[in-house]
Ligand binder design. Structure first.
Ligand code: NAD
Ligand code: MG
Length: 339
């Protein structure tokens, strides 16, 4: 069983007198910076000169500096720029400003685990990785709750890395939900696997194929959207609340019977498991990481083509129209902290 820490184990007072620099103000960056500020911590945000987030962060009441200034100012430097640019930003703007005894933090293990960033031995290297989107890290904090986090320590130069990282978890609200101890390796591999096989890759492919199957059979695309896409969240909310049992309790017995009969037809057990294992092996061997690093070096041609293709898919266009006309409108707040 994993070691778990809860609010009582995470003393935010260890952050007293510590300056915390949050590098980047995207999904995670804005949430960490604002939550820490509201928790009473001394925070600044490090941004590129001319970034349009500069004004957003200042208007939210945060101190803002350039990335090298923030890295120099901070005792704790949390890197929350995109994973694929972290190595460059680190080399150019952060490494020259690190001091012995600082703590370098991450919300995902990719760059440390795949050795894209190799910090000096005299700094602490830790991770607090919220298991949820940044906007949820903010909204749950504001509502008195928190997104559970993973903690990992790769280097404990000062001997204080655990208590500081746990204090950070308290500061962003994660300790309210629970903090599970792991390693950079396990976090990186499980995170990549989860998003590829189930959460993003698996779910999008499943919804898309379901949507297309209905539309190709002559049903209305709006109906296919409600059935295969919109309702996904309603179902997942039940599972999130009380497991599959809560969903099965709420759906009809007909739906539950169909679940047992047709689920394994759509995802044949042996074959799907074999494919999932192959995805995991590519992650463990660094094959996926190598592809992603190369894709970024080569101008992201595959990535951009796929993104453009998906944007034109009918499930996206029909969905956008339907959501726009829902009584409450499109109520995501994703734009408040976009690039
Ligand atoms: P994001 O894309 O939302 O934001 C990244 C920020 O970095 C933006 O403010 C962007 O303007 C800035 N940026 C981009 N390129 C830059 C450059 N070259 N120099 C300086 N700044 C630059 O990223 P995110 O999703 O918040 O991810 C940040 C970290 O958090 C990543 O390590 C990610 O794996 C991790 N994480 C994200 C989530 C999530 O749900 N989004 C969940 C857990 C962990
Ligand atoms: Mg993730």
């Amino acid at each position: 069983m994993a070691k778990m820490y809860y609010a009582k184990d995470c003393d935010i007072n260890y952050l007293n007198g510590k300056k915390i620099a949050i590098i980047g103000y995207g999904s995670q960056g804005h949430a960490h910076a604002l939550n820490l500020k509201d928790s009473g911590c001394d925070v600044c945000v490090g941004l590129r000169a001319g970034s349009k987030n500069w004004k957003n962060a200042e208007e939210a009441g945060l101190k803002v500096m350039t990335i090298p200034e923030a890295a120099k100012w901070g005792d704790i430097i949390m890197i929350l720029v995109n994973d694929e640019v972290q190595a460059d930003v680190y080399k150019k703007d952060i490494a020259p400003n690190l001091e012995a005894g600082n703590m370098l933090m991450f919300a995902h293990g990719f760059n440390i685990h795949f050795k894209q960033i190799v910090p000096p031995a005299d700094v602490d290297v830790s991770m607090i990785a919220p298991k949820g989107p940044g906007h949820t890290v903010r909204s749950t904090y504001v509502n008195g709750k928190g997104v559970p986090c993973l903690i990992a320590v790769e280097q404990n130069a000062t001997g204080d890395a655990y208590k500081l990282a746990l204090a950070y978890a308290a500061g962003i609200g994660g300790a309210r939900g629970g903090v599970m101890e792991t390693t950079f390796q396990d976090e990186t591999e499980t995170d990549l696997f989860g998003e590829q096989a189930v959460l993003c890759g698996g779910v999008v492919e499943l919804m898309k194929l379901g949507f297309e199957t209905l539309v190709e059979a002559g049903y209305e695309p709006e109906n296919a959207y409600f059935e295969c896409i919109h309702e996904m969240k309603l179902i997942i909310d039940l599972i999130n609340k009380g497991g599959v049992a809560a969903m099965n309790y709420s759906i009809s017995d007909t739906a539950e019977f169909g679940e047992y009969v047709s689920g394994p037809r759509v995802l044949p057990y042996e074959e799907t498991k074999k494919n999932m294992k192959a995805v995991l092996t590519d992650i463990q061997d660094g094959v996926f990481a190598g592809k992603w690093i190369a894709e970024n070096k080569n101008g992201r041609t595959f990535f951009n083509a796929k993104r453009a293709q998906l944007a034109k898919h009918q499930m996206e266009t029909v969905g956008a129209e339907l959501r726009k006309n829902m009584l409450w409108g499109d109520d995501t707040d994703l734009d408040t902290a976009s690039n």
